[in-house]
Write a protein of this length. Structure first.
Ligand code: NAD
Ligand code: GLY
Length: 356
């Protein structure tokens, strides 16, 4: 069973194992002082896995209360945060009790944030059910909700007490949701190189348990160096700055994962144009993404993307930190003044001006 320890201020283990959903109770009990568990999940995941999670917790002696929220990004909002906090209070959770977040990144972020602020912080356990949540959002302690002005604008760093990932749960994901998660997996391959690149060689023969573990190990290394996202952890934004612009230009009709895929190719093209990487890297990145069913070309020209680049929330003053690849296994942060973007975007999205 791959277990990866994340040595943040309060260390915790990420365990990835087939069948773990039915052992969540016995694995959690030794880690938690209290015996009340608030199981927070969504309306799609609950009928698939809610009863099994609850049964496992009850068998280990937990009193379980369950909150089922509507599936989808719109649940990551102030009113659902309020509903979750009231649910914890009405079920009399104390500071020794814990929240179990069973779902994708939406439930993990929302339940994590509720745990961060309820009674000024109680423990929570991440039970990721999407590929994105397994490789990214369940690890590292970023919790958040969206505000009217944008995504993830209110949140807290609050590390989980444990992450239990059962990769068999990924088998029920819609193909598009799975494919979106693959964009993040390719991101880790570009950040770290091996063993991920080899593990992804043949999409028909991927050992997802090993892939998830390899991705989590990459994220662990960055989170341990920079728990509060002030430096190296920003490398995890690879593909996200250009991807954000594509997502915005499409009025969110291009999904996040697809936008990140397009953004990684754009970052590679810019790196090649600036002489940071070899000329063949963009095609290699595009080929790997295509193998996993992801798009690599922006439907929009630079002039459509420029306004959205300026609204990226990761901007610090008039400077953006672009993540640019030098090769598979090495990416760098490049501080980029916003006023350089009009000349850089055509390098990242060549041949696009004039398209509809
Ligand atoms: P999601 O949580 O909305 O899940 C996608 C869809 O899949 C939902 O409809 C969900 O009900 C369904 N689903 C989940 N598991 C399933 C399963 N096993 N079988 C069938 N259906 C299932 O979306 P997501 O892509 O997991 O997460 C996106 C969110 O994660 C965004 O809000 C993003 O901001 C956040 N995020 C956070 C971090 C972080 O570090 N905290 C990192 C990346 C993304
Ligand atoms: N998903 C980016 C981070 O955790 O920093």
């Amino acid at each position: 069973m791959p277990t990866i320890t994340v040595r943040t201020a309060r260390p915790y283990d990420v365990t990835i194992q087939t069948g773990l959903l039915d052992r969540v109770g016995e694995c959690s009990a030794p880690l938690l002082p209290g015996r009340t568990a608030a199981l927070v999940t969504d309306s799609t995941v609950d009928p698939l896995y809610g009863d099994r999670a609850q049964a496992s917790l009850e068998a280990a002696g937990f009193r379980v209360c369950r909150l089922v929220l509507p599936a989808g990004e719109q649940t990551k909002c102030l009113s659902r945060l309020g509903e979750t906090l009231e649910f914890l209070a009405s079920n009399r959770l104390t500071r020794t009790d814990a929240v179990f977040a069973l779902g994708g990144g939406v439930i993990g972020d929302l339940a994590g944030f509720a745990s961060a602020v309820y009674l000024r912080g109680i423990r929570y356990v991440q039970l990721p059910t999407t590929l994105l949540a397994a490789v990214d959002s369940s690890v590292g302690g970023k919790t958040a909700i969206d505000l009217a002005a944008g995504k993830n604008l209110a949140g807290a760093f609050h590390q989980p007490a444990a992450v239990f990932c059962d990769p068999t749960l990924l088998s029920t994901l819609p193909a598009e949701t799975f494919s979106d998660g693959c964009a993040e997996v390719v991101k880790y391959a570009l950040l770290d190189g091996e063993p991920l690149r080899t593990l992804l060689a043949d999409p028909a023969k991927v050992d997802w348990e090993r892939v998830v573990a390899a991705c989590v190990a990459v994220k662990r290394d960055l989170v341990e160096k920079d728990e509060h996202d002030l430096g190296e952890r920003m490398l995890l934004n690879l593909g996200h700055t250009f991807g954000h612009a594509v997502e915005q230009a499409s009025a969110l009709t291009v999904t996040h994962g697809k936008a990140v895929a397009i953004g990684m190719v754009a970052a590679s093209r810019l790196a090649a144009a600036l002489g940071l990487c070899g000329a063949s890297l963009p095609a290699e990145v595009a080929e790997l993404l295509t193998r996993y069913g992801l798009p690599v070309e922006s439907p929009y020209p630079p002039s459509r993307l420029l306004p959205a680049m300026g609204t990226d929330k990761k901007r610090a003053g008039q400077v953006l930190r672009l993540v640019l690849p030098e090769r598979f296994g090495k990416c760098v942060l490049r501080e980029t003044p916003v006023d350089e973007l009009p000349s850089l975007l055509p390098l990242a999205f060549p041949g696009k001006e004039g398209n509809p």
